[in-house]
Design a protein around this ligand. Structure first.
Ligand code: GDP
Length: 698
């Protein structure tokens, strides 16, 4: 495996809506560049970057994978990311370490929900962005329409740098609007092309768009603007350099043409990546903090700097152990490099540097600043950790993955597998930072949380295939909360058992009041004098907190209230911490009952995209689900509805939307905020909770 200098590396993330062709384009790049002998296909499970069993079976990417190729002496690292709502969070991992994003957009469907979402991800990392209009070989593909939609949505920065030659099945080449050359691709699916004169029927359009590009580039830079005013044009050199600069600074987002499956376009796109996208060192220093004192550090992406690696992805291998994918943020990684984990401050032993080509690991002598690699069997390093030179510590900001929004109870299929399930889940959560699990303190059930039902289902499938343990998922639980609406007090909590031997005695008097939504819990000690000795007061607080977790009216955690401890009584011999804990808990429960308790439910921000004709039925259904519409906007050929809907009403939405739209709609949702549950539904939930409590035998 060859070693590449920083200036000869390009890191590009392939992002976009599911099915837009990211994995196919990665396969096309690898094939065209000769990095693989056969063209990989998602359909038959041979794509280099979709290698997980579950990915092959579902024919979609579930996690970010890396592959690399060489083009004109430059190494291109590809980060193929997932584009389905349930897994798109993992795309952040790829975006976090790339130097540019290729956002794939389908030439037929146009902009889709996750096109915009992944564009936001790219923005968060200030990534140069290229829109790839893919599947131009399909019937009804329309480059102009998609270009118009992209410009309307993402602004004037969006400019065509290519124009397609031929339509639909006749799509056979691209016109490079920078150089005004035509590249006709061979029809034998070899992905090769040759330069030809621009077809006469496209000449006017090509010149017009070239003019628009020149003007757009000139507008990004004062000096170029001056040159443009003087001569009415830019030289080829000025245009290329100006465009390169404008892309790097996100002042322009070039739009290109592609058919990844017929290999028309990928070659030109590789030229563009090498010629117009920045090398790792060109985007300025990377920013981190000194873990010792949190002071900011700007570190140039250069070999001459101390070594620092950022782990963006962990893969749980049942046999090979844990694989950590990283980017060399600075310095050179060699076989004998010594590093510490900046979070734990413990040394990590790195094996020899390696890179990953899909699932294959290849050793490499060294990796220069900006390159992407993999290391096996790190002891304590997780996704988002920094490994660095102990003498020059630095820590990079963790990747901001979204919080999970839905939980399921998980039960082992065979009794006695609990332990195995926990072990497997630990490994899976290492690999998937959005997945969480834990015991519900109230029901003692094992809960697995993720972004959606599919997300959690896939985790369970992986558990079965990778770790040989099977589990059953039960109806997702809605994480209701309890809170109070009224100020109450004084309320006495008294625990007294004084019959024979050493007794138990503790009395506390509290007041309670709401702190407002999101206000949290507060405990205020306002006892004057010694009605309760200092050392017992924290026990009251503890007793309250422990009871709050278990809930009062329906068994859900009580949140957002303040307790003021105002008085109490104690006994020299019979008082104990336990007695005051119980007293606190009794007072708290009584207080909640009096303070107009209520239930809160999570509301989800839902975005539903579907063709216009289904809007009426979707809206009707949403209102039956207690949804509050927030607006409708055009979305390519579709419309997008935004709404706030209680999570409890969205648990089975996937199948409903499918049947309303004949599977032409898609949706995604994320947690937005908590709001009060309507009274009638509250009483049902409370009754249900009482029933299940009785069922437990008290
Ligand atoms: P991803 O989810 O974005 O990674 O999309 P895939 O690469 O898995 O592609 C989704 C489907 O679209 C697969 O069936 C591909 O064969 C198909 N596909 C990808 N690119 C093209 C293309 O340029 N033209 C056509 N006609 N189909 C394509």
């Amino acid at each position: 495996m060859k070693v590449y200098d920083t200036s000869d590396i390009r890191n590009v993330a392939l992002v976009g809506h599911g099915d837009s062709g990211k994995t196919t384009l990665a396969s096309a790049f690898l094939f065209v560049a000769g990095a693989v002998k056969r063209l990989g296909r998602t359909e038959d499970g041979t794509a280099t970057t979709d290698f997980d069993d579950e990915e092959i079976q579902r024919k979609i990417s579930l996690q970010t994978a890396t592959a690399h190729l060489e083009w004109g002496g430059t190494k291109i690292n590809l980060l193929d990311t997932p584009g389905y709502a349930a897994f798109v969070a993992d795309a952040k991992a790829g975006v976090a370490v790339a130097d540019a994003a290729l956002i794939l957009v389908e030439a037929v469907a146009g902009i889709q929900v996750l096109t915009a979402r992944t564009f936001r991800f790219a923005g968060e990392y200030d990534l140069p962005t290229v829109f790839v209009v893919n599947k131009l070989d399909r019937e009804n593909a329309d480059f102009d329409r998609v270009l118009g939609a992209l410009q309307a949505r993402f602004g004037r920065e969006t400019v065509a740098v290519q124009l397609p030659i031929g339509r639909d099945h006749g799509f056979c080449g691209v016109i490079d609007l920078v150089t005004l050359t035509a590249h006709r691709y061979s029809v034998d699916a070899s992905g090769t092309s040759q330069v030809e004169p621009i077809p006469a029927e496209l000449a006017d359009e090509a010149r017009r768009l070239h003019g628009a590009l020149v003007e757009a580039v000139a507008e990004t830079d004062d000096q170029l603007m001056e040159a443009y005013f003087e001569s009415g044009d830019l030289t080829g050199e000025q245009l290329t350099a100006g465009l390169r600069n404008a892309i790097r600074l996100r002042r322009l987002y070039p739009v290109v043409c592609s058919s990844a499956s017929t290999l028309v376009g990928p070659r030109s796109l590789l030229d563009l990546i090498v010629g117009l996208l920045p090398a790792p060192g060109e985007r300025g220093p990377v920013h981190g903090t000194n873990p010792k004192d949190e002071s900011p550090i700007a570190r140039p992406v250069a070999d001459s700097e101390p070594i620092a690696l950022f782990t963006f992805k962990t893969i749980a291998e049942p046999y090979a152990g844990r694989l950590s994918l990283f980017r060399v943020m600075s310095g050179i990684l060699r076989a004998d490099s010594h590093v510490v984990n900046a979070r734990t401050e413990t040394p990590e032993r790195l094996g020899p540097p390696s890179v990953m080509q899909g699932k294959t690991i290849e050793a490499v002598e060294q990796l220069h600043a900006g390159d992407i690699g993999v290391v096996a069997k790190l002891k304590e390093t997780h996704t988002s950790d920094t490994l660095c030179d102990a003498a020059h510590p630095i820590r990079f900001a963790p990747i901001a993955f979204p919080a999970p929004s839905i939980s399921f109870a998980v039960e082992p299929k065979s009794k006695g597998d609990e332990e195995k399930i926990s072990t497997a889940l630990v490994r899976l959560t290492e690999e998937d930072p959005v997945l969480r699990f834990g015991r519900d303190p109230r029901t003692h059930e094992l809960l697995v949380s993720g972004t959606s039902q599919v997300h959690v289902e896939v985790a369970i499938q992986k558990m079965r295939k990778k770790f040989g343990v099977d589990a059953i998922l039960k109806q997702p639980k809605v994480p209701y909360l309890e809170t109070i609406k009224k100020r109450v007090g004084p309320i006495e909590g008294k625990h007294k058992k004084q019959s024979g031997g050493r007794g138990q005695f503790g009395v506390c008097v509290i007041e309670m009041e709401p702190t407002g939504r999101g206000g949290g819990y507060e405990f205020v000690d306002k006892i004057f004098g010694g009605s309760i000795p200092h050392n017992f007061r924290p026990a009251v607080d503890k007793g309250i907190q422990e009871s709050a977790v278990r809930g009062v009216i329906a068994g859900f955690p009580v949140v957002d209230f303040r307790v003021t401890l105002v008085d109490g009584k104690y006994h020299d011999v019979d008082s104990s911490e336990m007695a005051f804990k119980i007293a606190g808990s009794l007072a708290f429960k009584e207080g909640v009952q009096q303070a107009k308790p209520t239930l809160l439910e999570p509301l989800m921000a839902v975005e539903i995209t579907a063709p216009e004709e289904y809007m009426g039925e979707i809206m009707g259904d949403l209102s039956a689900r207690r949804g509050k519409p927030q607006g409708i906007e055009p979305h390519g050929t579709h419309q997008m509805i935004k709404a706030l809907v209680p999570m409890a009403e969205m648990l089975t939405y996937a199948s409903t939307l499918k049947s309303i739209t004949s599977d032409r709609g898609s949706y995604q949702m994320e947690f937005d905020h908590y709001d009060e549950v309507p009274a009638q539904i509250q009483s049902q939930i409370v009754a249900q909770a009482e029933k299940s409590r009785d069922g437990e035998g008290g």
